[in-house]
Design a protein. Sequence first.
Length: 149
Amino acid sequence: MSTRLCLGAVLSAVASLALAAQAPNSVALSLKETTGIRRYSYPVGVRVPFPQGALASPADTRLVLNGTEVSAQYTDEGKWPDGSVQWLAVNFNATIGPDESQTYELEYGLDVKPGPPPRGLTVTEDGDPIQVGNVRFSKSGAPLVLSVT
């Protein structure tokens, strides 16, 4: 009887850990301007380590500053043996005043989905030409610009 009770407790603990792993979590990323210069859309890059199994995909992340999602690029730079993300590169542009500090929240988990991408250029690489907005470029470089509409 005690074996069943112990096994039931272990299964409950495993189930609660699995549910906790699916809930959104966050990592605080602190940014400080230290040279006394106001910066507009200044490129920032950081690598964030994750424990095994904590983040299944870079698509399950979003960056937030003061409750507003910030456009960012997320790149998987290492995987654990189970396929989960070990290192995540986060690149974004920050606007920050002289000697100012900002704290961003990197939210992650299966329930976290980033908002729609910002408006701008769409890049496609189907076949030989590369389409950037209304301009088509040749991959070979000769001629560089194939067409502009």
